[in-house]
Design a protein around this ligand. Sequence first.
Ligand SMILES: Cc1cc2nc3c(=O)[nH]c(=O)nc-3n(C[C@H](O)[C@H](O)[C@H](O)COP(=O)(O)OP(=O)(O)OC[C@H]3O[C@@H](n4cnc5c(N)ncnc54)[C@H](O)[C@@H]3O)c2cc1C
Length: 487
Amino acid sequence: MNGVPKKRIAVIGGGGAAGLAALRVFVDRPELKGPNAPWEIHAFEARKDIGGMWMNEDPGESVVYSGYDDPVPPTPLYNSLTTMGPHPIMAFHDFLFPPSTSLFPPASHVLDYLRAYADHFDLRRHIRFLTSVESLRWNTEISKWELIAVEGDKDKRPVKGLYDAMIFANGSYRKPRLPSIPGIGEWEGTGRKFTHAVSYREPSPFRGLNVLVVGAGPTGMDISNELTQTARVVYRSAPGASRTDEGAILMRGRVIALHPEDNRVDYEDGTSDTGIEHIIFATGYTFSFPSMEGLVPDANAPLDCPLPDHLFSSTSHIYPLARHIFPLRDYSPRTLAFVGLPTLLVPFPTFEDQSQAIATIFLNGDKLDRAAEEAKISERYNILHKQSKSKLSYIAEQWHRFRHGDPELEDQFEYRRELLALAGKKGWEVQSWEAQVWGDTPVMRKEWAKLVKSGVSEDWVRGVGEKGVGEWVELMHKVVQHAKQQH
Ligand SMILES: Cc1cc2nc3c(=O)[nH]c(=O)nc-3n(C[C@H](O)[C@H](O)[C@H](O)COP(=O)(O)OP(=O)(O)OC[C@H]3O[C@@H](n4cnc5c(N)ncnc54)[C@H](O)[C@@H]3O)c2cc1C
């Protein structure tokens, strides 16, 4: 551009939904259009194609992500996974799933959808596949990020680059989090094993075994339901659950100790089970990033101080970030941003809204009112501190979670509205039906599973969506009404 160097932006994790959303928003900006555009954007993707967690691994696919002690599967996808939310609410802005798609489609449909999105907005040309970012360093002398990556499948080649700004979109569901239960280190032995949900694919390896699934979330629920097809006995542990010895799944409270010497599992209510042969921990994931000064994972990071002097990662949260995106310490918000840290919300449109805010702040950092952002963080901290009942790790675990129906904490739709307001983006306003559908999702998912089982779900969706999103909203309403009539 007439001798003026371009502003170079890097996206780490270009093939997942968050990276694609960032690319879509950036390539749409005037700053990236035309041969003389003042910006350019490069995305790095460790895997061979688009899809992120929605793409099954190839047999033997090994992706070495920086920051991991052991090799892990590149995706937590299990074969039977259908979406947790109905796809009309999941979809990116202005890009619906195809008409007649099952309301809670299997992962392969989400993969096709992400690839269609990438093709529609011509995003592939910005992505360097099979290239894993290893380390990042902010060079203060030249005010640029020094990025080091390795490229290639078998023959690896180093790749280096200098960038003005960095967007992390590397996903949160890959590095297993195991609870620190006494005895876990000694548990594995003859006839006894434990694994994490990240490597669960299907129930047949558990045929005839006594299996305990630990975890209160939807993954733990899906896996334990599916295991009833093959396992001899399925136990499921969730904090606070009462012991029930009836039904296909035997419910248990929190696991408090494992005793390998007599093959015993103790629960919080004082009861125990023996003879468990396999434990699956569906206990979530820890954040992990390419090595970067200032973002060294530290589970003992200062949690009792609302605004510490440095940016840190506790492995459950990154702090302090304005809007869960922009650093308020160590780095300028014009040079670093995170897409996709918040959980328990609708991810895809949120990724796009976050990216709108990022593009705006990368252009003009002054638009971020630091004092107001710090006040918001302190407010959230104080609410969570009050709720934590002195258990400080709770604050870290809850920091990026958007809990539906908690009147004290910010709501996901309000969060999105504020991002769009910051970016001055018109036309992507949150629709009034979205919050309703979000609240109805558990009922809808259960009812949809029944309609699938009874073989009528295809009739319900046939042709729906051809005339736009209104038809989907009507269908979702119909499913909820149907559920109510059945009870
Ligand atoms: C079991 C499960 C079910 C879910 N169900 C739903 C659902 O129904 N609906 C929904 O909307 N969301 C669901 N989610 C949430 C899901 O995480 C988001 O939908 C979304 O796909 C996450 O996208 P992402 O881009 O943040 O992460 P990912 O999909 O994990 O993508 C991150 C990408 O970054 C790449 N990467 C990582 N590190 C590097 C590196 N160092 N260098 C280069 N590349 C790197 C990875 O290879 C990957 O392709 C579910 C999550 C889980 C775990």
